[in-house]
Write a protein that binds this ligand. Structure first.
Ligand code: SAH
Ligand code: SF4
Ligand code: F3S
Length: 478
């Protein structure tokens, strides 16, 4: 009888990729996937610590499984990822029915940890980050031994894939837990990245997204005088046959160098879309956040992006209610969002994280009610900007890489002509009618309607038979 695995994933793209790799390795051990925790032999939670809310959700899900585990003691429950890294033994204290706590640096060991629990029921804790050994070759090997284990059948989409080009973060923004749960910044070797991209392309993948907490800080020193940065890496992998689109996430504003912007402009497969979180529009707040730039610098950076890359779309993240954020500080953030022309912004209420500098040094002095109001107000401003941005596309024709059925059509499997969804090179979501077989193809869609989040239209050029869509032909001009 086949063994069943249920995995729930929260958090960022890194976690989505980690879960894909975990599922891939367990499938090779004979596991099949189920979405129903009570049907599974192994129940895993791949967790996030970036805000308290993300942790609370996992602890309550674990609480709901306590009785189930009492009745079925042979079932294995594991907590993986960032919260495992941060809370370690504490998880076992709060949820004694957890069998495995496996941090972000040890996920490759999961099959072995599960086997150990099955053997004698012993609790397994694996949380080493190899922190002090990051420069040793065997650590690079352990990083490498894991990522290439891809399995196209477990990716959310067979023609889109994340590729990790670095791990960790050295920036230590004062509010952020990521550097302590993901360890020091370490760039992956360009040849290993290139090999993985080739492998993905051979498997039919058309779009790759390079991942890194500060992806534009990627660098590699060959030791012979050659020093590569992200622009060089993009050029190096650009001509991989089969790859049509290349994206990268998340950019740190200070490292948005001109050579990178020129690479985005000049390399036709690299999408003119940049996610560059600003976090705040107030210099005092940015200083307390230790973001290492001013609003003026950020605005100049935006202007450089727009000047060098015609038609570029830019998105951002903001934290509202950070320690000491006055009404005047918040007004400056509103002003930035009103005028910066972001395609969209992700807005978060500040959540103090034990172990961070901000939690140690500053009082969490903005009341929850005020955080909520600022969140809503900023969201309303961004939505108006997003609507204006989306409406500019009405009457234009855009290229869309089709991802599959839209959320609404997924609920109606018998529809004759379903609504499909996909994205433009600028990361705009487009919904239009078309047959399921177009998934993975590139189509040209005339845009007729727009909301703040979605463009709607009709296909004007059907995909060719090979499934290899045309290269980018027309960039929307602003
Ligand atoms: N490495 C990326 C993303 C880090 S986490 C970057 O540097 O931008 C994703 C987002 O979560 C951050 O951009 C920030 O807006 C938000 N975030 C991080 N820590 C937070 C905290 N303590 N409270 C609220 N939001 C937070
Ligand atoms: Fe966190 Fe800052 Fe690193 Fe992003 S750059 S992961 S916000 S510490
Ligand atoms: Fe969360 Fe870890 Fe990502 S804390 S945001 S899952 S790196």
């Amino acid at each position: 009888m086949s063994k069943k695995l249920c995995i729930e994933t929260v958090g960022c793209q890194m976690n989505v990729l980690d879960s894909e790799l975990v599922v891939g390795s367990l499938r090779r051990q004979g596991y099949s996937l189920t979405t129903e925790p009570t049907e599974a032999d192994v129940i895993l939670f791949n967790t996030c610590s970036v805000r308290q809310h993300a942790e609370d959700k996992v602890y309550s899900a674990l609480g709901r499984l306590r009785e189930h585990k009492r009745r079925h003691p042979h079932k294995v429950i594991g907590v993986l990822g960032c919260m495992a890294q941060k809370d370690q033994e504490l998880i076992r204290q709060r949820a004694p029915h957890v069998d495995i706590v496996c941090g972000t640096g040890q996920l490759a060991r999961l099959p072995e940890l599960i086997a150990a629990v099955k053997r004698d029921g012993s609790f397994q804790l694996a949380v080493s980050l190899d922190r002090h050994e990051a420069s040793r070759p065997e650590v690079e090997r352990s990083f490498e031994s894991y990522d290439p284990l891809r399995d196209p059948t477990v990716r959310p989409s067979p023609f889109q894939a994340y590729v990790r080009i670095m791990i960790g973060c050295d920036k230590f923004c004062t509010y952020c837990i990521v550097p302590s749960v993901r360890g020091p910044e370490q760039s992956r070797h360009p040849e290993h990245i290139a090999a993985e991209v080739r492998q993905l392309a051979d498997e039919g993948c058309k779009e790759i997204t390079f991942l890194g907490q500060t992806v534009n800080s990627w660098k590699h020193d060959f030791g012979d005088g050659r020093r590569w940065r992200l622009a060089d890496l993009l050029l190096h992998i650009h001509d991989t046959p089969g790859i049509e689109r290349i994206k990268f996430l998340t950019n740190f504003p200070r490292d948005m160098s001109d050579d990178l912007l020129d690479a985005v402009r000049d390399l036709p497969k690299v999408c003119p879309y940049l996610h560059v979180p600003a976090q705040s529009g107030c210099n005092e707040v940015l200083k307390r956040m230790k973001r290492l730039y001013t609003v003026e610098f950020y605005r100049d950076m935006l202007a450089r992006c727009r000047e060098r890359i015609p038609g570029v779309a830019i998105s951002s993240d903001f934290i509202v209610g950070f320690c000491g954020e006055s009404e005047a500080s918040f007004a400056r953030t509103c002003e930035l969002v009103r005028t910066a022309g972001f395609k969209n912004s992700y807005i978060f209420k500040y959540s103090p994280r034990p172990g961070t500098k901000a939690d140690e040094l500053f009082a969490d002095d903005v009341p929850e009610e005020v955080k909520k109001r600022r969140n809503n107000d900023l969201l309303a401003i961004q939505n108006a900007v997003s609507l204006a941005d989306h409406r500019r596309y009405i009457g234009r024709t855009v290229e869309v890489l089709v991802e599959g059925r839209s959320k609404t059509s997924l609920k109606h499997p018998d529809e004759d002509v379903p609504q499909l969804t996909g994205r433009t090179v600028t990361d705009h979501i487009v919904v239009f009618p078309g047959p399921d077989r177009w998934a993975g193809r590139t189509v040209r869609v005339a845009i007729e309607e727009a909301t703040a989040f979605t463009l709607f239209g009709t296909v004007v050029e059907e995909p060719n038979g090979s499934g290899a869509g045309p290269r980018r032909v027309s960039l929307p001009t602003v």
